[in-house]
Design a protein around this ligand. Sequence first.
Ligand SMILES: [Zn+2]
Length: 424
Amino acid sequence: MIFKHIISVSAAIILLVTAGTQALLPVTSAAYRNVANSAASFSAWQLTGNPLTSVTPDAPDSPSLISLSSTDKSVTVNWTKVKGATGYRVYRYDFKTGSFISRTSIKNNNISSWTDEKVSSGTAYKYKVKSYVKIDGVNYWSGYSNTLCTAVKPQKIAITKANRTYDAVRLFWEPVTCNGYQIYMYSPDTKKWQYAATVKDPSADQYRVSGLKRGTKYKFRIRAYKCDADRKNYFGSFGNSFSVTTKPEIIKKNGITYVEGILIANKTYALPSNYNPDMDSSALNAFYKMQRAARNDGINLWICSGFRSYSYQQYLYSSYAARDGKAAADRYSARAGHSEHQTGLAMDVNNASSSFEGTKEAKWLAANCSDYGFIIRYPKNKESVTGYKYEPWHIRYLGVKTATAVEKSGKCLEEYLGITSKYK
Ligand SMILES: [Zn+2]
């Protein structure tokens, strides 16, 4: 790039201007040659001796950056076309070195947008553009455009697991490149997704949501965010929606376990050997009421086994175990202390054998018992949860409100309360 133009100034100063270099000229008014509009009008240089102003001869106008649009894989830079320009160069700020670095050169004035595909998720970027004119093999550059910033949204976040207590849930995820995470919760009260918390630590991989209701199902989802240099946030996607049920309240009183106020005897929770309440009068009255209603429908129901003491259950179980072996007996008979019959709230109806299944009495019982406060305690296909084979004859008294809720949920009692039934 040698001297291209000789600019004559009224005072007969001859300046050799090297293209691309900023020559210092003593001027006050715009004596600026626009090579792009090569009509090249020169105003007279006014030599005043006053402030030295920087001038770039032969340079085209600077383009203006209009917008940056980012996806999760790219950033598209849009600028204004400069009349007469030969092309453009796009620069990206490098946060490590603190300087703008050329990313591409575009040799076409009709192109005014470029997509940067070498970007990383969860990362902030800044861009600016220059235009140039090529004359006789030499490029003459404009100044920089304005600078715009953006960020590429972070990767989606999937909740991988959750630990739960009675009133809190700890959520876990894999951290990504970002500024932090936003946690949303689906409230069972408002039935809406609502913002729960922000974790302002990109390396965080867990968060504890507290103040929850016990024994309640919640849903959570998480997204990462990245902010650009203008503090505008770019959000990644929610990777999943994760359901967790907080633990129920389990209270032990005189050796008897109550889950959410419901007396429980199953393979996990045993009754003391001296607990001998006999048949519960409310359960019995509810049965008689149901029996009368069944009779009106031409159905005959009776109790074939009600309350059983600890010692009687011990006798029953050991005879079954002796006959069929322990593993087989455990599928249909409870060990002493673990039988629901010892609660005085359970009963076997008509015929405690598989021949009861499918009878009109069994069908009536299944269809109507919740109206009287009972549930079929060991439903079909729930053996892995209740610990017992399907027993269409065994009903458990819970009161109408709870029995109806359990029936409506389609769950067995263990699932409904979020508890287990397994021998230790
Ligand atoms: Zn039974």
